[in-house]
Design a protein. Structure first.
Length: 404
């Protein structure tokens, strides 16, 4: 029984997670599909799982399976579905801000979702659970927190990225892992040894290892990234890892050449189109970067962080009005995000935030403080009021539209 991962699509006119694979293997499967990226916080989840449990009654083995958001579902609903086993790849423990206050990924979603207490407290899972994840990065907290609640086979695979599903598939390990659980003869120790034995010849592992190197070891990072491409010449992850490093080191022509090919190979996948836009920006080609930003927003117009990213590109390109419009849109889409709220002030006062340059933001806040000190303490007649502050609220503004 599979659970959709994040971004698989909205609505139900689409295949379920892993549907084609299980059909090809002759494995019976039930696919749990959310109507959106809502982390299964639906009032009818209990009824849906009861239906699944009735449909699988009498089966010798029922395995829940999911990746990332799907891994959350595979663990959280295993008991309700009557599962004997659960396979969770790079799962989240919870994204409820009351439970995982430090988690900043998917911020647009975790603020929007109404989290159900019964689905985000301590996990109850009597199924035999296998949790595979990369402990280098934010998934570490989730893996360790899951292990505090339930007995499980916790398999840590460093430098395999999120989700680890991609690495396992690329290394030829995903199919045997699923088969072992279905057959009831899965050996976690043998699997862990096999997963680590072949990683030195895997482009994803080498690419992640390259990206983790400190700046003082740039030669080592580039060597690892080139080796990743040598051992996996067709691997998109290896290509983008090398391109990002080359771009950071000012070798713009090489980076842009790799990314241009990758964008075409991937049929202009948004992930790599964004990387191409960043590479143009690092090369000082702001006009080209702006064109990329326009393409991205035309295809993903409801994603807040892409509006913030495009706003920064527009600002550097001198398109001030567009930058301010886009950052206001980011706030509308992700109300409460302090980074975007600060950026509105920065852009309004002409000093946008640039990571690593402290004085830039300080300048904007000083300007704000000076303006506030000069502002009248008593209200003036309505016809005389002039409001340069960007958070003016009209009477007909919706609650989520915090930018005037």
């Amino acid at each position: 029984m599979t659970f959709d991962h994040y971004g698989i699509g909205h609505g139900f006119d689409r295949p379920g997670f892993g549907e084609a694979y299980f059909q090809a293997q002759g494995i019976s499967a039930i696919h749990v599909m959310g109507r959106g990226d809502d982390w299964y916080q639906y009032a009818d989840m209990d009824a849906a799982m009861a239906t699944v449990r009735a449909a699988t009654e009498g089966a010798v083995r029922v395995v829940t399976y999911g990746s990332s958001m799907g891994g959350y579902g595979a663990l959280r609903f295993a008991d309700a579905a009557g599962a004997t086993d659960a396979l969770a790849l790079s799962p989240q423990y919870s994204l409820d801000p009351k439970v995982a206050a430090h988690e900043r990924r998917w911020s647009q979603d975790f603020r929007r979702i109404r989290w159900r207490p019964d689905s985000n407290g301590p996990i109850s899972c009597s199924a035999r659970a296998v949790v595979v994840y990369d402990p280098i990065g934010p998934d570490r907290w989730h893996g360790e927190r899951i292990a505090q609640d339930i007995a499980c086979h916790l398999i840590r695979l460093p430098y395999t990225a999120h989700p680890v599903t991609t690495y396992l598939s690329d290394a030829g390990l995903l199919g045997p892992l699923i088969a072992g659980l279905l057959d009831g003869d899965f050996d976690p120790q043998a699997f862990r040894r096999e997963a680590r034995r072949n990683r030195s010849a895997n482009g994803i592992y080498l690419g992640e290892l390259a990206a983790s190197q400190p700046r003082r070891r740039v030669a080592t990072a580039l060597s690892l990234a080139r080796r990743a491409l040598d051992v996996s010449p067709g691997n998109w992850h290896a290509q983008v890892s090398l391109a990002r490093l080359l771009s950071q080191e000012g070798r713009h022509d090489e980076a842009l050449s790799i990314l241009a090919v990758l964008v075409q190979q991937s049929d202009r996948s948004l992930t790599y189109v964004v990387d191409l836009g960043n590479a143009f920006l690092h090369a000082g080609l702001t006009t080209e970067a702006r064109a990329i930003a326009d393409e991205v927003l035309s295809r993903a117009g409801d994603v807040a962080h892409l509006h913030a990213w495009a706003a920064h590109i527009c600002w550097l390109n001198g398109d001030v009005a567009d930058a301010r419009r886009l950052i206001r849109r980011a706030v509308t889409l992700d109300a409460g995000n302090r980074v975007y709220l600060r950026a509105i002030i920065d852009y309004h006062f002409g000093a946008p935030y640039i990571a690593g340059v402290r004085g830039v933001r300080v300048t904007s806040w000083l300007r704000l403080a000076r303006w506030m000190m000069k502002a009248p303490l008593r209200p003036e007649p309505a016809e005389a009021v002039r409001r340069p502050f960007p958070f003016r609220r009209r009477q007909d503004d919706s609650a989520s539209d915090s930018a005037g």
